[in-house]
Write a protein that binds this ligand. Structure first.
Ligand code: BGP
Length: 472
C-alpha cells in the first residue's frame, strides 16, 4: 500500500563531497597522496583525468552553494585539505591563502543557510608525510595531524556545528596496504595495515580530546563506511568468517569511536598471529575516554562472505583473508559499472545495530548514492539528464531508513553522494553521482531530474512510496 514516508522534523538533508574531489589544485603548495598518484601514474585514471581541476569548486563555490540551496539542501559536507591549509606540517603553520579559501566556503554556506559539516581527512594525506615518515604507519604523523586539526579549530572552531575527524578511515589500510587499489598501492601488507588502523583510531581520539579541551560549542564525530558482512550460510565456518569480517572492516573503527575499545575477538586473533599493533596504556586510556558525539555512516553496499577455503595462501605474509573470503551472491542486484551490490535493506540493519548495540547514539547517513558510466545517455535534447535510476535508488534506501527511524533509531539526517558530479579516486569522472551535472569542458552546471526530485523530497520532508511493492 502506498503511504507517505515521512522524516523527523529538522532532518538534515543535503549531500557530501570532499576537498580533494572537487576543489582543483589551485594555489595548493603541497601534493596529497591522490595528487601524487595521478602525477606519477595518470594511466591509472579513467580517461587520464586527474584532480588538478576536478569540479573547479575553488572558483565555482558561490554558484554551487546557490544551486544546492535551489534543490533544497539545508546542509552540506566537505573537507579541509591538510595539503592546502598547512604551509609547514611540522609546526602547523597555516597558509594564509588556504585559510582564506575555507573561510569563504564557510561564509558562502552561511549566506545560503546551509549547515556545513567539516571533515578533516578524506584520503588526502600530504604526500611528503608518506615519503618522510611512512604516512599513517607513523605516530609522528598522528601528532602532525593533531597540529593540523588545532589550526582548523583555532580558525573556524566556533563557526562550525558539526566536525568529523576522518572519512572512511578503513579504506586507508584496506585500499592502500592490503589490496592496492589506492596509493601507495601496496598489496599484502597485513601487519602494517593493522598498525595503520590503530594509528588512525589514535589520531581521531587525540583530535577529539583536543577539541573538547578547547571548549568549542559544536560536536565532533567520525564518518565510517559500514559494509554489513552477511554470511553465505549458517554453518559455523561461514558465521565465523562473517564475524571476523565485521570486526575487522566495520567494528575496528566503530567500537573505538563509540565505546573507546577495540573488538576483543579481533585483538585476540591479531595477538595470537603476532600482528597486533604497537600501543601504550596511555594511548589506550585516551582512546577510551575520547569517544564521538555522533556518527556518520557511509553506506553503499554490503559484503557477502564465506569461510576461506585456502587459508594457507594468506599466512606468509600475514593477510586477514585467511579468515574469510568475499563472494558475489548469485542473483544479487549489481551496479555493474562500480561492481557494487545494491542491497537497500542493509541501511535498516545498520540503523538497528546502532540502536541496539551502540547506545542509540545520534547518527546520520553521511553518504549513500549511485553513479553509472555514460550518464549522458539519459540526456534530453537540451542536455537535461533524466536520471530516474538514481531517484529509484534513493527512494528505496530512504524507505528502509525511515522504517528504522520509526522503530526508534536515532538518525538525524541523510546526505547523498553527491551534490555536483565530482572526481573519484581512479574512476575519475566515469560514474557520475551528482544531483547537478558538471560539463568538464566548460565547467557548466545543470540540475538533473534527481535534483528536482530532491527539492520535492526536502520540501515535503518525505515522499509517497510502497516499500513492499517498490512502486510509487
Ligand atoms: C566513498 C568515498 C567518496 C566517494 C564515494 C563514491 O567511499 O568516501 O569519496 O568517492 O565512495 O565512490 P567512488 O568515487 O569510488 O565510485
Amino acid at each position: 500500500m502506498e503511504k507517505f514516508v515521512e522524516f523527523p522534523e529538522n532532518f538534515l538533508w543535503g549531500a557530501a563531497s570532499s576537498g580533494p574531489q572537487t576543489e582543483g589544485n589551485y594555489g595548493k603548495a603541497h601534493e596529497n597522496v591522490m595528487d601524487r598518484w595521478f602525477h606519477t601514474k595518470p594511466e591509472d585514471f579513467f580517461d587520464q583525468v586527474g584532480p588538478d581541476i576536478a569540479s573547479d569548486f575553488y572558483h565555482t563555490y558561490p554558484e554551487d552553494f546557490a544551486l544546492m540551496k535551489k534543490i533544497g539542501f539545508n546542509s552540506f559536507r566537505t573537507s579541509i585539505q591538510w595539503s592546502r591549509l598547512i604551509k609547514d606540517f611540522e609546526t602547523g603553520e597555516v597558509d594564509p591563502d588556504g585559510a582564506k579559501f575555507y573561510q569563504s566556503i564557510i561564509d558562502e554556506a552561511k549566506k545560503n543557510n546551509i549547515t556545513l559539516i567539516l571533515n578533516l581527512h578524506h584520503f588526502d594525506l600530504p604526500a611528503e608525510l608518506l615519503d618522510e615518515y611512512g604516512g599513517w604507519e607513523s605516530k609522528h604523523v598522528v601528532d602532525l595531524f593533531v597540529k593540523f586539526a588545532k589550526a582548523c579549530f583555532e580558525l573556524y572552531g566556533n563557526q562550525i556545528e558539526y566536525w568529523t575527524t576522518f572519512n572512511e578511515p578503513m579504506v586507508i589500510p584496506e585500499a592502500g596496504y592490503l589490496y592496492g587499489f589506492h596509493y601507495p598501492n601496496y598489496k599484502g601488507k597485513g601487519k602494517e595495515a593493522m598498525q595503520v588502523i590503530y594509528n588512525i583510531n589514535l589520531a581521531s581520539a587525540k583530535v577529539i580530546s583536543l577539541y573538547r579541551s578547547m571548549n568549542l560549542k559544536g560536536k565532533i564525530g567520525i564518518i565510517l563506511n559500514l559494509t554489513p558482512a552477511y554470511p553465505r550460510s549458517n554453518s559455523q565456518e561461514d558465521l565465523d568468517a562473517s564475524e571476523f569480517t565485521e570486526n575487522l572492516f566495520n567494528r575496528s573503527f566503530l567500537e573505538p569511536a563509540i565505546k573507546g575499545e577495540f573488538p576483543k575477538k579481533l585483538v585476540e586473533v591479531l595477538d595470537k598471529d603476532g600482528v597486533l599493533w604497537e600501543s601504550s596504556q596511555a594511548e589506550l586510556d585516551l582512546i577510551k575516554k575520547s569517544t564521538v558525539d555522533y556518527l556518520g555512516v557511509n553506506y553503499y553496499h554490503p559484503k557477502r562472505v564465506k569461510a576461506q577455503d585456502h587459508p594457507e595462501q594468506f599466512k606468509e605474509p600475514w593477510m586477514p583473508d585467511q579468515y574469510f573470503e568475499e563472494y558475489e551472491m548469485p542473483n544479487c542486484r549489481m551496479n555493474k559499472y562500480r561492481g557494487w551490490e545494491i542491497y537497500p535493506k542493509a541501511i535498516y540493519d545498520i540503523a538497528m545495530d546502532i540502536k541496539n548495540n551502540y547506545g542509540n547514539i545520534p547518527w546520520y547517513i553521511s553518504e549513500n548514492g549511485m553513479g553509472v558510466e555514460g550518464e549522458q545517455r539519459f540526456a534530453q535534447v537540451d542536455g537535461f539528464i533524466e536520471d530516474d535510476y538514481r531517484i529509484d535508488f534513493y527512494k528505496e534506501h530512504l524507505a528502509w531508513l525511515q522504517k528504522a527511524i520509526k522503530e526508534g533509531s536515532n538518525c538525524f539526517g541523510y546526505h547523498a553522494w553527491t551534490a555536483f558530479d565530482c572526481w573519484s579516486w581512479n574512476n575519475a569522472y566515469k560514474n557520475r553521482y551528482g544531483f547537478i551535472a558538471v560539463d568538464l569542458k566548460t565547467q557548466q552546471r545543470k540540475i538533473k531530474k534527481s535534483g528536482y526530485w530532491y527539492l520535492d523530497l526536502t520540501k515535503n520532508n518525505g515522499f509517497v512510496y510502497d516499500l513492499e511493492q517498490k512502486v510509487e
